[in-house]
Write a protein that binds this ligand. Structure first.
Ligand code: ADP
Length: 496
């Protein structure tokens, strides 16, 4: 077991003790890629490769889908209570292996170890939640005339593909796999090429928990070489995609060709609306957490502060002080904030900041690319707050996916609402006020899939999650998430 905290830093230079897999997980075991090729995963905290993994192609995808199809015939008939027992054992195994999973996630994604531990325990909770739901998927009866009987039942949609992003590798894998398996579906997952490992380890734990071979498969590799052939494979019945709007649109086109169902969780540019009567200190802490957790690389990050004029100056000053006090460093050193995921992301974010500077933007904090102060390495961005920007500014409209908060000053409540809704995204929103009525009016009128009141990121796996507008469609998490993997069959019989 990897539980000795003192040994954590040893993994920065040598991750071999983690015993990371270098094959795909297909048909209940690790399998070498058909091409024989591998790729490297980088540790963003150092900007150096730390482990090799399999570089898949369309042949590996075809193998995985074929196995998954065969296994579907068995899994859909496995009694729901037995499916639940396997998922519950998986939750237990995730907890038992939590340190190995968390260190792996930290090295692969860059996130601070405390956040990685939180993600791993969230993944265990996800399996626990859906374990309890397997045998509670009840249909309904229809009030037909007395010489008829009408009822509905849920059927699993079939073989499901899961395209997973690099920002929350184990969380996103778990929130797709667990409800799909609970509903009786089988799985072929493709983790992002930047963060391939925890999805593979999760598939192995599911197998160890008793999941039959072939029910959960993971193929690693690039979006073009593995993701594209997976979503266009005619053996796939449903696609769950989490990623950018552009890639999501291309996945939707592939789904349209085969008339494949899909759930799309795309980008966000979520507002945090702060009214004059909020709890000042608690709200400052929440607003900072909403944008600086995982260096802002969260679809639902609160990346726009929409703040009433009366509190604006004092609040922005306090927030700036908080941002400047944030420590940066390699995730295994437990900093307040870790790196961004890659050199490409760092460059993209720095580009947004440079262009804003050229437009005359005022930086309350940060504003530049940086590195780990201990080593001078890694892909970091300073915690950045940009003073009041107009609604049409690029920083307000585009998803930056980094630790960059834009301030928008609102003259009054109506103006705040208008600014909250001023982008093409509609994933989440935060609302901070002591006024119960205002809070619920904003919750009603902001166009977003979910609204957090007086605590950003409130809730857990029980709460459905998904977007409006260009943030996508369909819902994950909660019982709504389970229904995504079910087809309703209606049966009507004449008995009179
Ligand atoms: P980013 O640009 O931030 O890396 P993407 O939306 O491109 O985000 O990636 C999210 C996931 O989609 C990753 O697992 C990636 O490999 C995958 N992907 C990329 N391109 C495609 C594609 N054409 N078809 C299917 N999956 C893809």
């Amino acid at each position: 077991m990897l539980t000795k905290p003192d040994s954590l830093l040893a993994y920065i230079n040598d991750a071999t003790g983690l015993r990371l897999p270098d094959g795909h997980f297909i048909d209940g075991g690790f399998r070498a890629p058909r091409s024989g090729r591998s790729m490297q995963s980088e540790d963003p905290g150092r900007g150096e490769a730390f482990a090799d993994f399999a570089r898949g192609n369309a042949d590996d995808v075809a193998d995985a889908v074929e196995n998954s199809r065969k296994a579907f015939a068995l899994w859909r008939r496995t009694p729901p209570a037995e499916r639940g027992r396997i998922l519950a054992r998986t939750a237990e195994l995730i907890r038992r292996n939590s340190e190995r999973l968390a260190i792996t996630e930290c090295l692969d994604s860059g996130k601070p170890i405390s956040e990685a531990r939180g993600d791993v325990s969230g993944a265990a909770r996800t399996f626990e939640y859906y374990a309890g739901a397997c045998d509670k998927l009840e249909g309904s009866t229809f009030p037909l005339p007395s010489d008829y009987v009408g009822y509905s039942q849920f059927e699993p949609v079939g073989v499901t593909a899961h395209i997973i992003p690099w920002n929350f590798p184990i969380s996103t894998a778990a929130r797709g796999m667990a409800p799909a398996l609970a509903a009786g579906c089988t799985v072929v997952a493709k983790p992002a090429e930047q963060t391939p490992f925890t999805a593979l380890l999760l598939a192995e734990l599911l197998f160890e928990a008793g999941l039959p071979a072939g029910v959960c498969n993971v193929v690693t590799g690039t979006g073009i070489e593995v993701g594209a052939p997976l979503v266009s494979n005619t053996g796939i019945d449903h696609v769950t995609f989490t990623g950018s709007v552009t890639t999501g649109a291309s996945v939707m086109r592939a789904c349209a060709e085969n008339v494949t169902r899909s759930v799309m969780e795309l980008g966000g540019k979520s507002p945090v609306v702060v009214l004059d009567d909020c709890d000042f200190d608690g709200t400052v802490t929440n607003v900072a957490g909403a944008i600086f957790e995982h260096a802002g690389q969260i679809c639902s990050a609160g990346s726009r502060l929409v703040i009433e004029a009366g509190i604006h100056d004092r609040f922005v000053e306090a927030l700036g002080r908080k941002a400047k006090a944030i420590s940066l460093g390699h995730g295994l050193r437990s900093p307040d904030m870790g790196p961004v995921n890659s050199a490409m992301q760092q460059e993209k974010i720095a580009g947004f900041l440079d262009r804003a500077r050229e437009r005359g933007a005022e930086f309350i904090s940060g504003g530049k690319a940086s590195s780990d102060p201990e080593t001078g390495k890694g892909y970091f961005i300073e915690p950045t707050i940009v003073a009041n920007r107009p609604a049409e500014d690029e920083l307000v409209q585009e998803e930056i996916f980094g630790p960059v908060l834009t301030v928008q000053k609102a003259d009054n409540y109506e103006h705040a609402l208008q600014l909250a809704n001023c982008t093409r995204f509609g994933l989440v929103a935060g609302v901070f006020t002591g006024n119960f009525t205002r809070a619920h009016q904003l919750a009603r009128d902001i166009d977003a899939g979910q609204v957090y009141i007086n605590e950003y990121f409130a809730g857990g796996i029980e709460v459905p999650f998904g977007g409006n507008k260009q943030s996508g469609f369909g819902r994950e998490k909660g019982l709504e998430g389970l229904k995504s993997y079910c087809k309703v069959k209606s049966i009507a019989a004449r008995i009179g």
